[in-house]
Ligand binder design. Structure first.
Ligand code: MN
Length: 517
């Protein structure tokens, strides 16, 4: 690769999955991996094979299905023989594969976690890189907590790892401690003092504990790093990792300054962001850079005036360059089937005829309830219908009564395939709780509501409400999401969807916690 090309290493499926409540099953990881390939990332870190049988299976399946599609498929391992062997086995079927080994090097980690002295650390790193090399040529080595490691020791470890065969040396700011000028100095020091540095690519892995993940990554690129590890929507441990979409758009928007390029198809950024949000249940904050709902909303009159004269007065990026679909007014009742199909395709969905026909009917029904239909509404219509598991129960009808001084109550009617409808009623703390209780009674599933959120999809009083539900059943986490102009109906559908998933696949939900260290 040329010296101005930055390698985008996506770790949404590994570090991103370590976000609290964001563990994913293999099918969900495959869906994200396919989207990352379309997005154009260079490396997909698919998981940590030794962590659990589920992690191993996910890495192996991704390696098998996508290992010859372009990006390197990467598996993570500690510097231990059994870890490395397990990662090697998981990756074996990928033509394009990378093994990533890590070992902590900072004095705090050496003293308290590893209880190892410096020479032992170096020896272990060298032996592990050499062992990994027997499984593939492309080896990445990470001195964990590098940002808090003594510079002279870091220099020595990195040099020895390259000597042993590492082709990428990743310098992680594991705990989000670095600042841009500090991190610039660390990378520059390595660039100038590691004697064999020209034989490896320098990589960054920055966490956002101080809100500096992206800034630190950019500083490292300026100092000569050519790989960035990042995640969609900035998912990851604690405050998360550097956000892929922010780094990519910073490099693209400030091409005049950095003179660096990536292989990312930026028009896919919003679609991938939506997919990751849907699968993990982690809502993207409204004012999130690049992919947030307000990212391109110009509110102040003086800004709007300027925009009308010339877009670039206040706009540094065009919404269409990131596939932004926030509040673009697109369609109304008279738009017709053809225009609707165009929008669906532009939003990145690929629907069969039958599904398309159903969603078009939903669209016409929605137009009766709300005058303006935005892209975000259309995305919700598709997501309402396209579900991973076939629904065992369908909501036929519901009724609630609630108000000051009354006990909130709900009656719900569900239909199970080929059976007569079943009706039940329940009380609750409020109408939504009452509906959930009635759904529990009919389905007989012992579910615990863990998270429940409602947000407005677009603007105005008539906007659709999107409900997001996370339940725990059979010790596993299931998500449900649905949208409607009636938030109680949206909540009922979202909750029932999560119950349906729990019923359909009692053993394939997500484990309660990611199984990583
Ligand atoms: Mn990390």
């Amino acid at each position: 690769m040329s010296s101005d090309r930055v390698i985008i290493f996506d770790t949404t499926l590994r570090d991103g999955e370590q976000s609290p409540g964001c563990s994913m099953n293999t099918a969900e990881k495959l869906e994200i991996a396919a989207a990352l390939i379309e997005l154009g990332v260079d490396v997909i870190e698919a998981g940590f094979p030794i962590a659990s049988p589920g992690d191993f299976e996910a890495v192996q399946t991704i390696a098998r299905q996508f290992g010859d599609r372009g990006p390197k498929i990467c598996g993570l391992a500690r510097c231990r023989d059994e870890d490395i062997d397990r990662a090697g086995a998981a990756l074996a079927e990928a033509k394009n594969r990378r093994l990533h080994v890590f070992l902590a090097t900072s004095s705090i980690h050496r003293q308290f976690k590893l209880k190892m002295e410096k020479p032992e650390i170096i020896q272990r790193a060298v032996e592990s890189v050499a062992r990994a090399k027997t499984f593939c040529d492309d080896i990445e080595f990470s001195p964990e907590d590098a940002a808090r490691t003594e510079l002279d020791f870091l220099t020595e470890v990195v040099e020895k790892a390259i000597e042993a065969g590492a082709t990428t040396v990743n310098i992680p700011d594991t705990v989000g401690y670095a600042t841009p000028s500090h991190y610039f100095k660390v990378i520059s020091h390595l660039k100038n003092n590691v004697r064999n540095i020209d034989r490896a690519v320098i990589s960054t892995h920055c966490h956002d504990d101080l809100g500096l993940g992206v800034a630190n990554s950019l500083a490292a690129l300026e100092a000569g790093a050519r790989q960035v590890e990042c995640t969609i929507n900035g998912l990851g441990e604690r405050a998360g990792n550097a956000a892929l979409e922010e780094i990519v758009m910073a490099l693209r928007t400030r091409q005049d300054y950095y003179h660096l390029t990536t292989g990312i198809n930026t028009k896919r950024l919003c679609a991938v962001s939506r997919l990751v949000s849907k699968i993990t249940g982690m809502i993207v904050q409204r004012n999130k850079a690049i992919v947030g709902q307000n990212a391109f909303a110009h509110e102040a009159g003086i800004h709007q005036h300027g925009m009308l004269q010339e877009r670039t007065t206040y706009e540094i990026m065009r919404p269409e360059d990131v596939g932004f679909t926030g509040s673009n007014l697109v369609l109304g009742k008279h738009s017709g089937r053809h225009a609707f199909r165009d929008r669906i395709v532009n939003l990145g969905y690929d629907l069969d005829e039958k599904t398309f026909a159903t969603i078009f009917d939903d669209f016409i029904a929605l137009c009766d309830k709300k005058k303006n239909v935005y892209d975000a509404d259309i995305a919700a219509l598709v997501e309402n219908r396209v579900v991973e598991a076939p629904d065992r129960w369908k909501l036929v009808s519901y009724h609630t009564s609630a108000g000051t001084g009354n006990i909130p109550m709900a009656t719900v009617q569900l239909q199970e395939d080929g059976k007569p409808p079943v009706c039940d009623a329940a009380i609750g703390d409020g109408p939504v709780d009452a509906v959930f209780n009635a759904l529990d009674r009919i389905t007989g599933i012992d579910a615990k509501l863990q998270n429940y959120q409602v947000r407005s999809l677009t603007v105005g009083k008539e906007a659709q409400g999107e409900a997001l539900v996370e339940i725990v059943a059979h010790d596993q986490v299931f998500h449900g999401k649905a949208a409607s102009t009636d938030v109680i109906e949206a909540s009922a559908h979202a909750y029932l969807r999560a119950l349906n998933k729990a019923a359909a696949s009692p053993h394939t939900g997500r484990p309660l916690h990611a199984q990583h260290e």
